[in-house]
Design a protein around this ligand. Structure first.
Ligand code: FE2
Length: 387
């Protein structure tokens, strides 16, 4: 496979050659979903994904038009927001797309500068820099529209803030606190774009955000008997933030990307990959709590592993039989290996799903698993009558 990673060691971080440094990103600050019923969604993410109650804003805190629940697990923060009346852009978003990701918030040193540099390079403004204050200090935030659909980026500068989340939020104390399942941080977030739109989105990430395209997969690599897609992975300079971008490709039947675009009624976030350092434990726990994963790859997939990954077998710490029992897939490259599994969509519309990933050195995305993965997705599409 033709994947070339150009990087040089720079301290502990990998700086990708060609990436711009006008937008230093320190990490994903939070991901905000617009949902139909945030109270119930929060219960789901606590129970099944092991998120912890962190903060809340709504009627009880003086917010009249929306309610937001903030959940945390290690470095991951999710915000679940719902409208409190029919005259709300949040409600409009949910009406069109169903539950989905609206905001990808990026943690920056200087939100004003991030806004200036990106809008100067062509980003469309979502909102100008605002300073939000309370007794715990101040936060500066600014927003731009993203590369696809109605998904936006918000820059968050919180160096002068020591409150629980953001000004306007109260601590959310709950008597119901299921234990975490071992999710650590967001590894990558994938966007689906429309026909022939991937390269436009790639160019947006290059021009506006200074990202580099560090991996590409064409429709010959990502194909099954029935359907195909193309994908390019964009990364920021320090490699911490990665946004793969998909577009559908022609196949005998309907691509999973087309199914997403039809049901989301547009482009948007397809999946969020979250990292764990013990995938066997994490997945066993999530299964016990009711999370449904894509069907386990067939016996032939596991039988083929010793031959497909023969140069890497000695590195594997996990027993292949244990992986198979939980439906976990494995792939490897020169740098190491990775373990991964995908949930079914977490809404009734077949749109957003989650990936659980454990990296054991490998920096790829499991290209060796694409065929098995997409065949599993096609089995689900067949059941939905959307293949
Ligand atoms: Fe992924």
């Amino acid at each position: 496979m033709s994947q070339e990673i150009k990087s040089v060691e720079y301290g502990l971080e990998k700086i990708f050659e060609g990436a711009q440094d006008f937008l230093p990103l320190m990490g994903t600050d939070y991901v905000e979903f617009y949902v139909g019923n945030a109270k119930q969604a929060a219960h789901f993410y606590k129970t099944a994904f092991g998120f912890q109650s962190l903060a809340y804003a709504g009627l009880e805190t003086g917010v009249k038009d929306k309610a937001s629940y903030v959940l945390k697990q290690d470095k991951i923060r999710l915000v679940l927001t719902t409208a409190l009346n029919s005259d709300s852009p949040i409600g409009e978003h949910v009406k069109k797309h169903g539950d989905g990701v609206k905001v990808i918030a990026l943690w920056v040193e200087d939100a004003r500068q991030s806004y200036e540099e990106t809008t100067k390079r062509g980003a469309k403004s979502y909102f100008e820099p605002v300073v939000e204050k309370d007794e715990n200090g101040e936060v500066v935030r600014a927003g731009i529209y993203g590369a696809y659909g109605e998904t936006v980026f918000i820059f968050v500068e919180r160096k002068n803030y020591n409150g629980i989340f953001l000004p306007g939020y109260s601590e959310w104390k709950s008597d119901y606190n299921p234990t975490p399942v071992g999710l650590k941080y967001i590894d990558h977030m994938v966007g689906n774009t429309g026909w022939n739109r991937m390269n436009e989105a790639v160019k947006w990430f290059e021009d506006v955000m200074g990202f580099v395209n560090f991996l590409s997969f064409d429709d010959k690599q990502i194909t099954t008997e029935y359907s195909a897609l193309m994908s390019k992975v964009m990364s920021n300079g320090n490699g911490r933030i990665k946004f793969p971008i998909n577009e559908p490709a022609e196949g005998k039947k309907r691509s999973q990307i087309e199914e997403y675009l039809d049901f989301y009624e547009g482009e948007g976030v397809q999946h969020i990959a979250v990292a764990t350092d013990d995938i066997l434990k994490t997945v066993a726990e999530m299964r016990a709590r009711g999370i449904e994963f894509l069907s386990t790859p067939p016996q032939a997939y596991y039988d083929a592993i010793p031959e497909r990954l023969k140069d890497h077998m000695s590195k594997f710490k996990e027993d292949i039989n244990e992986l198979q029992k939980l439906g976990i897939m494995i792939d490897a490259d020169e740098e190491g290996y990775l373990l991964q599994i995908f949930t079914k969509p977490v809404e009734d519309r077949p749109t957003l799903f989650f990936e659980i990933i454990q990296r054991m050195g490998a920096r790829g995305f499991g290209a060796g698993n694409f065929k098995a993965l997409f065949e599993s997705i096609e089995r689900e599409q067949e059941l939905r009558g959307t293949l």
